[in-house]
Design a protein around this ligand. Structure first.
Ligand code: ADP
Ligand code: MG
Length: 329
């Protein structure tokens, strides 16, 4: 059963077509991520759903109701932006209460709900502070509380973590996911960061140039990319055209293929002869560049002991898992 249903949505800015035919279905309580490179239309799609920009045509149904004719404040949607967009001259408490004032919620109920929302994002003690007295991560939690307090039917998060440093980003993504699940809140999260998408989402919609090119859970997107773009965007892939693939594997291959670097193993004997060209240490993984039959490949090996490291120029053999060779368009 679909809760948010988008049919044939299109959007242009002047002569420039941003997207022409977006269709997607999102279930109630689902956490969906729009993942794609900068400029592919993620923010524009969110802004269309929120009513912050006009659509050129198509339908957006939320819980059976067409949103397109509704003003943004009538849609029951909460939105959080990368830039926080807090009011600098208002305290945390006043920022969070803002949406309730617009909805003419009474003072006692408003205070109660603001307190609950701030507790949810663990900022109960910061109610009296001003935004400039907070860190970036805290500001973003205020922005989140400000959306949650209105009890939206749909939460839209546009790269909310992109301005934060890595440690805060990881903490906050867990907090967002926990709150979302506790509230059963249908959420669309936008990011260009594949790791964020893989760890947070029930489903990922991979976007490129105004199109949703693939949708599915993390496992599907990781293991079965539909095309070369999808293969290249999520994780690392060795992408080989048919001729190169045939040369490497020593048998005729009819289409382009993708092989994950971790699906290739170093073998002590047999396999495909190869030469180590170099390596980089990625923490728990060592990524080797090897050359086999004139083909350059990436090979990821778990970093067990530095003593096992293979030096440049060393001759080795490769085994490639047959089930890890994927045909891609
Ligand atoms: P993303 O969020 O995926 O980075 P956007 O949705 O912001 O991408 O932008 C998609 C495309 O639409 C880009 O080419 C961008 O330049 C263009 N665009 C976005 N907003 C406007 C606007 N207000 N006027 C004209 N073009 C715009
Ligand atoms: Mg954007």
């Amino acid at each position: 059963m679909s809760y948010l249903s988008i049919q044939g949505l299109h959007k242009s800015y002047g002569e420039t077509k941003i997207f022409s035919d977006i269709d997607c279905e999102i279930g109630q309580g689902e956490f969906v991520t729009l993942l794609g490179p900068s400029g592919c239309g993620k923010s524009t799609l969110l802004r269309c759903i929120a009513g912050l920009t006009e659509v050129g045509g198509g339908q957006i149904l939320l819980d059976g109701q067409d949103l397109v004719p509704l003003a943004p404040q009538k849609r029951g949607i909460g939105m959080v932006f990368q830039s926080y967009a807090l009011f600098p001259n208002m305290t945390v408490q006043e920022n969070v209460a803002f949406g309730l004032r617009m909805q003419k919620v009474g003072k006692a109920e408003s205070q109660q709900r603001v307190r609950e929302a701030l507790d949810m994002v663990e900022l109960g003690e910061f109610a009296g502070r001003y935004p400039q007295q907070l860190s970036g991560g805290q500001c973003q939690r205020v922005a989140l509380a400000r959306s949650l307090v209105t009890r939206p039917r749909l939460l839209l998060l546009d790269e909310p973590l992109s301005a934060l440093d890595a440690r805060i980003r990881k903490h906050l993504r867990e907090q967002i996911r926990t709150i979302q699940q506790e509230l059963g809140l249908t959420t669309i999260f936008v990011t260009h960061d594949q790791e964020e998408a893989l760890v947070m989402s029930d489903r990922i919609f991979l976007m490129n140039a105004g199109k949703i090119v693939q949708s599915g859970n993390a496992e599907t997107l990781y293991t079965a990319p539909v095309d070369a773009f999808a293969a290249g965007f999520i994780g690392n892939y060795n992408l080989l055209d048919a001729e190169t693939a045939s040369r490497l594997l020593g048998r005729p291959i009819a289409s382009r293929i993708a092989i994950r670097p971790e699906a290739i193993q170093f073998a002590s004997q047999g396999g495909i002869e190869a030469l180590v060209r170099g390596h980089s240490l990625l923490g728990n993984v060592i990524r080797y560049r090897v050359e086999a039959r004139g083909v350059e490949l990436l090979v990821d090996v778990l970093n067990r002991a530095a003593a096992d490291m293979h030096a440049s120029g060393q001759r080795i053999a490769l085994n490639i898992d047959a089930h890890a060779i994927h045909e891609v368009a």
